[in-house]
Design a protein around this ligand. Structure first.
Ligand code: ADP
Length: 288
């Protein structure tokens, strides 16, 4: 039962490492997958007055118009806003996939807004895990091989890769599915493989772009339960969603409109996906 696996993993994993810096070494077998969150610690994200201008022929599109935000270790933040409000542009900047036209961005204490494209790629691989709406798994590769992939890019030795990939799949409750290909897994299980893949380099930040967008409501709870369990272990998560029901599982909600951050509120009592999944996973499909 996936939820039990999550709980077992949560209990089994003691996290003692401090928040790592960009210069920290690549993970080894003993590096925990989820880096300890010191909630009083330095912010993971400090974005100051971010602007992004796109040039479309002779027209300039002001996609971001001065966005400032701090996210601290262990936060679970949802990002909402209508289409065209700047969410993707913002996520691209904080995910080190693009650079701002103006403004500064510090990730885990390090200024990254002026790094070269190659340096940004290195920062991404070391510090950020990505989860996408469409899972983005290699269809012919097993769950284990999919999860190994970011470590191949990171130049990590085969035995360490395998050990960490197995550990990550276990953490998301898929220890019995490691040799399955994506087509042999349910949607929720595929997203869990993608989450495991996002964890193998012990990221300081998980960015999830509509992670439940392709899933039915039951499976969405399953995926949110995994994310909540990881967050409870200390993982800092920023998640884009257009669904208020999904944002309700996070502990801080921010909203964009017209390239500006217009709302930033804590959630007094986030919905408990772990408890909801515990109930749902007991029910037979006919009961639903
Ligand atoms: P959202 O993710 O909230 O839908 P986006 O960040 O994708 O919003 O887009 C914000 C604005 O920037 C929109 O007006 C969009 O058309 C524009 N935009 C986004 N990407 C580009 C691009 N590569 N070139 C030109 N305009 C863009």
């Amino acid at each position: 039962m996936p939820n039990e696996n999550v709980k077992r993993s949560t209990a089994a994993t003691a996290f003692t490492e401090p928040q790592k810096s960009i210069s920290s070494p690549v993970p080894n077998q003993s590096t925990p997958l989820v880096v300890n969150a010191d909630r009083q610690g330095k912010p993971v994200i400090v974005a100051h007055n971010l602007h992004k201008l796109y040039q479309l022929g002779k027209t300039q599109v002001r996609a971001l118009r001065g966005v400032s935000l701090e996210v601290f270790p262990g936060e679970f933040v949802s990002v909402r806003g209508p289409s065209g409000s700047g969410k993707s542009t913002f996520m691209n900047l904080i995910g080190c996939l693009d650079r701002p036209t103006q403004g500064t961005y510090m990730l885990v204490g390090k200024q990254v807004s002026e790094l070269s494209i190659q340096e940004l790629a290195r920062v991404r691989n070391r510090l950020i895990g990505f989860v996408f709406q469409g899972f983005n798994l290699l269809s012919r590769a097993s769950a284990l091989s999919n999860v190994e992939l970011p470590m191949i890019y990171g130049g990590i030795a085969k035995d360490v890769r395998l050990q960490r990939a197995r550990q990550a799949l276990k953490l998301v409750g898929l220890e019995t599915r490691m040799d399955h290909k994506p087509s042999e897994l349910s949607g929720g299980q595929q997203q869990r493989v993608a989450i495991a893949r996002s964890l193998v380099n012990s990221p300081s930040l998980l960015l999830a772009d509509e992670p439940t967008g392709n899933l039915d409501s039951r499976t969405s709870v399953e995926v949110m339960a995994i994310l909540q369990a990881l967050n409870q272990q200390g993982l800092t998560i920023v998640l884009v969603t257009h669904e208020p029901d999904i944002a309700a599982y996070t502990s801080r909600q921010i909203s964009f409109r017209d390239g500006r951050l217009v709302r930033d509120e804590p959630v007094a009592q986030p919905r408990d996906a772990i408890a909801e999944w515990a109930v749902l996973s007991q029910q037979k499909p006919d009961d639903l």
